[in-house]
Design a protein around this ligand. Structure first.
Ligand SMILES: Cc1cc2nc3c(=O)[nH]c(=O)nc-3n(C[C@H](O)[C@H](O)[C@H](O)COP(=O)(O)OP(=O)(O)OC[C@H]3O[C@@H](n4cnc5c(N)ncnc54)[C@H](O)[C@@H]3O)c2cc1C
Length: 598
């Protein structure tokens, strides 16, 4: 696809909810170019040769080891894919830098260190720094000469990040800001050279500062003892009249929230990429184990209960991957179109990520919950050995858990998904009103039980996805009408609606990938993907039904409740499908390949 087509193809953020996406306009992982495949291979080989053989040493926090690995990754160009060449990076597209996060995602604590360094450690300065700040810091961060970190969270303010208490006061000579306060849970904090730190100027002006390790008044606490990612440095930072030169204010005074929130959009998508890399490796480890571990005189891989689990693990990873790269390409295309329109690099990259903030939040929840599912079942398939430190899956299990907590907890991200959709609708950025009224009208009419165009082999799947969207519009539309301003106090309903949206976006991404593959490969070659799609659609229909039913029962009564319950049933009615047999077919491919197949 050329640039123009890609740009034209991009839907606005959240627009998939009301518009049909086209498969030929959807980027799928099978579209990776030669260079992107090379980058993927390079990351895999870096993990296999440099990281995984010394994973125990990393976890024991051997002094100097993690920073030296960051430097090695820098030597191979793995830190600078998102950084322009003029600042010492490789200036690659967004999909390629996402691939690096995926490729290094199976490296446990190392992945966390790298993701923090290249993401929250580098991007605030890259996107919001002055030319001098970028020249001074980003050039060193892109090579790994300096390591980056990010201090937003405080003991009293986590999810409510703007409630920070750290203060910044201009010195009497006007040359410094004096920072006073404390930050906690700071990744890479123990060895970083440069930190983006948030503090309030004049009481309420939330502002970002670039703080160097050597600045007077800056100290750090001891390493935290954590449940997992034990090799990842996590410390508290203390600022006692810490002298930060005025030229180290990042962005504008009082505009720190713009930096904090914008950086998170990219971080959420990249977190999904890292969870995908971790999941693929955990699946491979578990497949290998299931094939070799024998009970009752046969490999446990033969048992249907195990096959069900492994198939589910692969399905969840594959559909997450479909949603991830669909979104990554949207961001890429938007960024390119903004640059072509003459917008500066940082404005374009941030604008593109902001446009797809809804999808980034969806991906964060999707990826982190997918990986937790994968490693949990991975432990189960390993039985007692899964509970032993001798087996890597136990480590994967412990290390996965953090993903649901940082980059905005999954509760906060779920709230954000619905909040952003509704705000965009109110601002006229997203026309939800018309389609929502259309669904209400449809509810009153005689149902159409046909599956659509008979000549289209995917007619019934397309209709199902369209119906999922109607289910969301019906539920969310009625909740807004009924509860108005009180809706934000009804978080249970918002969680239900967010779950419906997550399943719908994922299901549609998987369907588009299968249809696009169908046009490029012989039918039989796609049987595995079709099975994955059909099982997921069947599960998504059930999950959307449950979430919709619960939401409706929370706010509707009487005839309205009955009518909407009939509607939700109708909109989530999937064709009967033998999911058990499909899962067995899916898993047989994993067994043949002895790994996650793609
Ligand atoms: C290992 C690790 C590394 C980290 N790295 C960094 C880092 O590098 N830099 C940094 O700045 N921070 C970092 N963090 C901090 C992380 O971002 C926060 O822990 C996270 O944002 C949650 O904040 P909190 O821990 O204060 O939990 P809280 O905000 O107290 O949340 C507790 C619970 O309440 C829920 N909750 C909170 N508010 C709401 C609401 N309005 N509605 C519904 N539910 C709500 C949350 O979802 C959660 O379940 C890290 C944390 C850990 C554990």
């Amino acid at each position: 696809m050329d640039t123009a087509t890609q740009t034209a193809a991009s839907l606005k953020g959240g627009e998939w909810l009301i518009k049909e996406s086209q498969p030929e306009e959807t980027f799928i992982p099978e579209d990776f170019n030669e260079e992107q495949h090379m980058v993927k291979d390079m990351c895999a080989s870096f993990l296999d040769t440099e990281v995984l053989p010394i994973i125990q040493r990393i976890d024991s926090m051997e002094p100097g080891l993690m920073p030296s690995l960051v430097v090695k990754a820098g030597e191979q160009g793995l830190l600078g894919t998102a950084v322009p060449e003029s600042l010492g990076g490789l200036g690659k597209d967004f999909i390629t830098s996402t691939l690096v996060n995926e490729g290094l995602g199976g490296g446990f604590s190392f992945s966390v260190a790298i993701a923090a360094h290249t993401g929250i450690g580098t991007l605030p300065i890259l996107y919001f720094g002055t030319d001098a700040q970028k020249e001074k810091y980003v050039t060193k961060l892109a090579t790994g000469e300096w390591k980056g970190s990010y201090g937003l969270t405080e003991p009293g303010s986590g999810s409510d990040a703007l409630g920070a208490k750290t203060t910044a006061t201009l010195s009497s000579d006007g040359k410094f800001y004096l920072l006073n306060g404390q930050k906690c849970w700071i990744t890479n904090g123990g060895f970083a050279d440069v930190y983006t730190v948030f503090a309030k100027v004049d009481g309420d002006k939330f502002t970002a500062f670039i703080v160097e390790r050597g600045f007077e008044g800056f100290t750090q606490g001891p390493e935290e003892h954590k449940m997992g990612i034990k090799g990842s440095s996590t410390v508290q930072l203390y600022f006692q009249d810490c002298k930060v030169p005025v030229e180290n204010v990042l962005g504008e005074i009082g505009r720190g929230h713009i930096i904090a929130f914008n950086i998170l959009n990219v971080g959420r998508l990249k977190l999904c990429a890292a969870t995908l890399g971790g999941a693929k490796r955990a699946i491979t480890t578990t497949v290998e184990y299931a094939l070799t571990r024998e009970q009752f005189k046969e490999p446990i891989a033969h048992f249907g209960a195990i096959q069900h689990k492994l198939a589910e693990m692969a399905i969840k990873a594959w559909v997450s991957e479909s949603a991830l790269y669909r979104t990554a390409e949207w961001i890429d295309a938007k960024e390119r179109s903004m640059i072509e329109a003459g917008k500066p690099f940082n404005e374009s990259t941030l604008g593109a990520a902001e446009e797809y903030a809804i999808e980034c939040a969806i991906l964060k929840v999707l990826g982190s919950e997918m990986l937790d599912y994968v490693v949990d079942e991975g432990v189960q398939i390993h039985g007692g050995n899964g509970y032993s430190d001798e087996y890597i899956i136990s480590k994967a299990y412990r290390d996965s858990r953090i993903n649901r907590i940082y980059e905005g907890t999954n509760e906060i991200n779920r709230l954000l998904i619905v909040d952003m959709v509704l705000k965009r609708a109110m601002k006229g950025r997203l026309d939800l009103m018309g389609p929502a009224m259309g669904v209400q009208k449809e509810l009153m009419s005689i149902p159409d039980f046909g599956s659509g165009d008979d000549s289209d082999p995917f007619a019934s799947e397309k209709k199902l996805i369209a119906n999922f969207k109607k289910a969301i519009l019906m539920t969310a539309g009625a909740a807004v009408q009924k509860l108005m301003m009180k809706l934000d106090k009804e978080q249970e309903i918002l969680m239900n609606i967010a779950d419906m949206a997550i399943h719908t976006f994922t299901a549609e991404s998987a369907l588009l990938r299968v249809i696009k593959l169908e046009s490029s490969k012989a039918d039989a070659a796609n049987q595995w993907e079709k099975d994955v799609l059909k099982v997921y659609l069947s599960e998504a229909a059930d999950q959307i039904f449950i979430a919709g039913k619960e939401a409706i029962n929370s706010f509707a009564e009487g005839d309205e409740q009955r009518m909407m319950q009939l509607g939700i049933k109708r909109f989530t009615k999937a064709d009967p499908f033998n999911t058990k047999d499909a899962r067995r077919r899916i898993v047989s491919r994993l067994y043949e390949d002895k790994k996650y197949p793609l």
